[in-house]
Design a protein around this ligand. Structure first.
Ligand code: XMP
Length: 513
């Protein structure tokens, strides 16, 4: 029943999901399981291999996460990474000691060419180390398979029992041949077929959603963004019209967006879609509010209110579908434990409070954004949705600076559409992370025909970025900027000037509010 797969045991490493991601990249199905899973429970699910993750603890700490030593008797190949390797060493009768020097960062390791884990990997090779403990003596049956200047036991193997350990992190990009090492473990040593695809993810996820929701009904806040769209489509495949999607048009969307959402989800995918026209409601709640954080708060609260009202209309619903991604999971965990400074209150449409009475269905919880795009493409989501630039939950409200009025949002929406059109026409849309218009407060003097004007001005913001955390302003060709400028002043009444934002992030942010 189960497809061949690897279990990744979670010992608390920040890299657990990165391991899972690397495994998926090798087209192997992977499941993250708690470290406390017993050998018996593990055996019942018939895994083809086990990876023990790293973790921040020291194996000698009282509270350090342990594992059932029985897993080493299952005759299933095991790879321990960092803490995982130290735990295996302890469990099998070796010794781990606090290293004289904590090792953190790049290191060169010499590999034993006999070790299958390193087939095809040049030696020495650079790896990423991050550990305080080291293996001092090996358990019976083991040999050293790699060493570095600081770490005499950088990898170990018991090829008979197919138990391996690496002190470094093959999952991070700083380990030059990490991918090959993981491939050797999964495909060669463990004999996994490497034929898992986004299609398999879809099938498995649909089955899991069916198991979770049973005969009940679910509701989803659809924003038209990639994440909620993919989550909704997967759920609809699982439970059909027992899923209702609620799309709240708060009047702060990009030009053509509400129409596109209806066309795609109702017209093409035949989803059960409720479109709520809440434009007036949001405008009146926003009247007179100028402070960016206050605007975000009001929009967030109002969104929840509208959503709750609409969901209540649907009767008794138990489940709420959300397009939460792995980075969101990490971010919210970090928020709970870390003192990270709040720069802006990011609000995702569909980011609903925890005290809602729903049980959550989060089919994308373990995926990264680019993986969600792959799944979306496989599900047939059109490029207009898949490739669309990120858009903040509070929408145009954080791009029309100061007070939000119907008139100013309309001006901004038209100017923004021109920016998008011209950048697309120049073939640059997917080269930039985001490109949009901003409408600052204030006016500037201009001259049109024979008359003096005193009108709004528009800022064009276009940035390149990997992940939105840092960004640089896009060096758009002058010809494109020229067309954007002349079209905006000619076509958008009330605007007499266009400027280009040439600030990177940091120190600026991508959005203006
Ligand atoms: P900043 O302005 O902080 O934005 O440099 C970084 C990225 O996040 C997007 N952004 C948001 N996304 N809800 C969202 O879902 C929000 O409230 C929000 N605010 C900013 C922004 O568009 C950029 O891609």
């Amino acid at each position: 029943m189960n497809s061949p797969r690897v279990l990744v045991m979670d010992f608390g490493s920040q890299y657990v999901n990165l391991i899972a991601r690397r495994v998926r990249e090798l087209r192997v199905h992977c499941e993250i399981v708690p470290h406390s899973l017993s050998a018996e429970e593990m055996a019942r699910t018939l895994p083809s291999a086990i990876i023990m993750s790293g973790g921040p603890a020291s194996v000698y700490e009282q509270t350090a996460p342990k594992c059932d030593p029985g897993i080493f008797d299952l005759e299933i190949p095991v790879l321990g990474i960092c803490y995982g390797m130290q735990l295996a060493v302890m469990a099998l009768g070796g010794e781990v000691r606090r290293a004289e020097r904590r090792e953190y960062g790049p290191a060169e390791v010499e590999l034993d060419p006999e070790c299958q884990l390193f087939d095809g990997v040049p030696s020495p090779t650079s790896v990423w180390m991050s550990h305080g403990d080291s293996v001092a003596s090996l358990p019976p049956g083991f040999r050293v398979a790699a060493r570095s200047a600081n770490t005499p036991v950088a990898a170990i193997e018991d090829p008979q029992r197919r138990i391996y350990g690496v002190q470094f992190h093959p999952e991070v990009v700083h380990t030059a041949h990490g991918r090959e090492i993981l491939a050797n473990f999964l495909l060669r040593i463990s004999g996994l077929p490497g034929d898992w695809t986004p299609g398999s993810f879809i099938e498995e996820t649909i089955a899991a959603i069916r198991r979770q929701i049973g005969d009940d009904r679910a509701v989803c806040a659809l924003s038209g963004g990639v994440d909620s769209s993919v989550a909704a489509l997967l759920t609809a495949r699982a439970i059909g019209d027992r899923l209702t999607c609620i799309f709240v048009n708060h009047g702060l969307l990009r030009k053509g967006e509400p129409e596109e959402v209806e066309k795609v989800f109702r017209g093409h995918f035949h989803l059960n879609l409720v479109v709520v026209d809440a434009r007036e409601r949001f405008l009146s709640r926003l009247a007179g509010i100028e402070d960016p954080e206050a605007k975000r708060r009001v929009i967030g609260e109002e969104f929840i209110r509208v959503f709750e009202e609409e969901a209540a209309r649907l009767g008794d619903l138990r489940f709420l579908v959300q397009g939460t991604l792995y980075p969101d999971v990490i971010e919210s965990t970090a928020k709970d434990t870390g003192p990270a400074a709040k720069i802006k209150t990011h609000h995702n449409v569909g980011g609903l409070p925890e005290d809602l009475k729903f049980e959550l269905v989060e089919p994308l919880r373990l995926l990264f954004k680019d993986e969600v795009r792959l799944i979306g493409a496989e599900l047939g989501l059109p490029d207009t949705i898949l490739g669309r630039h990120p858009f903040p939950g509070p929408g145009l409200a954080v791009r029309a600076l100061g007070e939000v009025t119907a008139e100013r949002i309309e001006i901004l929406r038209e100017a923004d559409a021109i920016v998008t059109e011209e950048i697309s026409r120049a073939g640059l849309y997917s080269d930039v992370w985001q490109a949009f218009a901003v409408l600052p407060t204030g006016r500037s003097v201009g001259v049109m025909g024979d008359g003096r004007t005193y009108s709004y001005f528009v800022v064009v913001r276009a940035v390149v970025s990997e992940d939105g955390m840092t960004a640089d302003w896009a060096r758009l060709p002058h010809s494109v900027l020229e067309r954007i400028s002349s079209r905006i002043v000619n076509e958008v009444a009330g605007v007499n000037r266009v400027v280009y934002d040439i600030t990177s992030k940091p120190p600026a942010t991508i959005e203006w509010e």
